[in-house]
Design a protein around this ligand. Structure first.
Ligand SMILES: Nc1nc2c(c(=O)[nH]1)N[C@H]1C(S)=C(S)[C@@H](COP(=O)(O)O)O[C@H]1N2
Ligand SMILES: [Mo]
Length: 201
């Protein structure tokens, strides 16, 4: 398992302030829960993960098949648009690069879909190149349901609403299709370092 660690150089060279994007504060050991609806509880036997849409070969993995894919450990800072940031969060899961490796696509956008109906959109280049994962483990333990278990998307370089909880698949799309919060006026991309909170920022 390879380890991806972001922010390490910044931590050594200065204070944690260097790691706080504009307008954010450090929430410390707390891990707030933000959910737009009730927490779904999908047992592993009824869970699968699909890549579909604008692909040559759609793929679906059962829970067991997903767990057998090459895994990575990730240690990253996360940033919520409600202004809390949390440093050095530790996750394990499968890189989106791995999930897209064999499907064949020439498209540019993706919509993550979830149990409960939540969606969020991404540019394909924001979830490839070692920048996004589907994670099932937090701090060495199975991901808790309120934090998105059995599995959630992790896209730590964008605001945390882009990290869809209870994710069940990726729909590759020809055009940009705004997701749940993006439809309600949040920014299409959500880069915390550019403070892209709302559409127009
Ligand atoms: N399916 C789903 N994913 C979601 C959400 C949600 O309501 N439903 N909320 C988003 C928002 S706004 C944030 S800040 C993070 C919160 O993740 P956490 O509850 O693990 O802190 O999940 C994101 N992913
Ligand atoms: Mo959020």
């Amino acid at each position: 398992m390879s380890l991806v660690s972001r922010g390490f150089g910044r931590r050594r060279s200065g204070t944690t302030d260097d790691r706080l994007p504009p307008g954010q504060y450090d929430t410390g050991s707390r891990f707030p829960v933000l959910s737009a609806g009730p927490t779904p509880h999908t047992p592993p036997a009824r869970w699968d993960f699909s890549v579909r849409g604008e692909v040559e070969t759609p793929r679906t993995w059962t829970w067991e098949e997903f767990r057998a894919l090459p895994r990575e450990a990730i240690s990253v800072d996360i940033h919520c648009v409600t202004k809390w940031s949390k440093f050095d969060t530790r996750w394990e899961g499968v890189a989106v690069d791995t999930l897209l490796a064999d499907v064949g696509t020439r498209t540019t956008h993706v919509l993550a879909f979830c149990d409960g109906g939540y969606t969020t959109n991404h540019r394909l280049d924001d979830v490839t190149g070692g920048r996004a994962w589907v994670v099932d483990t937090y701090d060495g333990e199975p991901l808790a349901p309120e934090h998105g278990g059995p599995a959630r998307l992790l896209v730590p370089h964008l605001y945390f609403w882009k990290s869809a909880k209870w994710v069940r698949g990726l729909m590759l799309t020809r055009t940009n299709e705004p997701g749940f919060w993006e439809t309600f006026g949040y920014h299409d991309r959500g880069d915390p370092w550019l403070e892209q909170r709302y559409s127009g920022d």
